[in-house]
Design a binder for this molecule. Structure first.
Ligand code: DP6
Length: 366
């Protein structure tokens, strides 16, 4: 069994590295991910620990690419000094979450404060469109921090390196923990999966069936706006949710059943679980206090259209939803043209107006 790490393994003393005085330019990228079993709710009494274990596909073609110019400081600053841009535009609105990230990772990467950071990020997909931009964003930033550590002479061997990158990314955004490798990532302790951990995500110990080696995710962008209720707020509402215990049990069992479906190559069982997870996530939102709805009328139109098309054509195409209105269509690569035709015929105005992002994901052959 792979080695398990504790937070202590990731700690670093302030004097562990000697910064040089040259300006550094580093680039790192990280993929987005779509949760199949959703992370929804955090454990109380910890920092960014998930209430339940989640499993995701890595979206290998939807990425955040982040460059940082690092200017050495005379002496370490009291807190991280940085400026953040997205596509060349200053984004002071991102600063609070990044400030929190840098503060949380400080015991594990104090060398961050030896530099003034100029960060420039670029997404290969629309930001805040529910395609987990915070996941790939914080995973890319965690990779940069790890890369800087290596440039400053810190050793970083596998599997330590991936585990620590995921550990740091988690402290920025929970789902970011899963955006550090692929094609499947498991995050959160689950008794049926001995390698699983709350502190960082891992590749699950099972191999998916060959029918899951070429999985696509076509994301239908129904709403490009910023969501009215953030995921972080949504997670909070779970702690006093009347269905909290039921959710824990269902998520636990769904993960066991989903792993079986992936191992057997059973697309029907896969679709049943993934769709149930998506609808449960939105049902939990609708039954929170206060309740809220993130689906749009077009979300439902698409879901209903898909169900009817599937019934009539028998094609293995299933939907998932994140904490937003957009719809992810998950299917084997051979169905790609069929999916595009379905979207064009069934929802012509949607097809004409919206951007579609087709991703080849979960290819275990790559
Ligand atoms: C619905 O990772 O965005 O996408 O940890 O507060 O940053 P924070 O939340 P976030 O939550 C994602 C929730 C989800 C499901 C999932 O990705 O597992």
């Amino acid at each position: 069994m792979p080695k398990r790490f504790t937070s202590k393994d990731f700690l670093l003393s302030e004097t562990a590295v000697r910064p040089g005085n040259e300006t550094l330019e580093l680039t790192a990228e990280a993929p987005s991910n779509i949760a199949l079993v959703k992370y929804w709710g955090k454990k109380s009494g910890g920092v960014q620990l998930p209430m339940n274990a989640s499993l995701s596909f890595t979206l290998s073609r939807s990425k955040t690419i982040t460059r940082a110019k690092l200017f050495p400081l005379e002496k370490a600053s009291a807190q991280a000094m940085f400026r953040i841009r997205l596509d060349g535009k200053d984004r002071p609105d991102f600063a609070p979450k990044i400030e929190q990230f840098f503060a949380r990772i400080d015991p594990y990467a104090p060398y961050v404060r030896y530099f003034r950071w100029e960060i420039d990020s670029h997404n290969t997909f629309p930001h805040a469109s529910g395609i987990a931009s915070s996941a790939s964003g914080f995973a890319a930033l965690a990779r940069l921090v790890m890369l800087l550590g290596r440039r400053l002479g810190l050793p970083c061997d596998e599997p330590f390196c991936t585990a620590k990158t995921s550990f740091l990314a988690r402290l920025g955004s929970g789902s970011a923990a899963r955006s550090v490798a692929g094609p499947l990532m498991l995050w959160g302790r689950h008794d049926a999966f001995p390698v699983s951990d709350d502190l960082y995500a891992v590749r699950p110990e099972f191999e998916p069936h060959s029918d899951f080696t070429d999985v696509r995710d076509t994301i239908v962008l129904i709403d490009r706006g910023v969501k009215p209720v953030s995921s972080t707020r949504g997670h909070d509402l779970i702690n006093r949710h009347p269905f909290r215990e039921a959710r824990l049990q269902v998520a636990r069992q769904n993960l066991i059943d989903l792993a079986e479906a992936l191992k057997k190559g059973d697309w029907t069982a896969f679709g049943r679980i993934v769709e149930a997870e998506a609808l449960m996530l939105h049902a939990l939102m609708a039954t929170s206090d206060p309740p809220y709805i993130l689906m749009q009328p077009e979300t439902l139109r698409l879901i209903r259209g898909l169900q009817a098309w599937r019934e009539q054509s028998g094609r293995p195409v299933y939907f998932s939803l994140d904490a937003g209105a957009n719809v992810h269509l998950l299917y084997p690569g051979r169905e790609h043209q069929g999916v595009l035709d379905f979207l064009k015929n069934t929802l012509p105005e949607l097809y004409a107006d919206r951007a579609f992002i087709a991703d080849k994901v979960a290819s275990t052959k790559e």
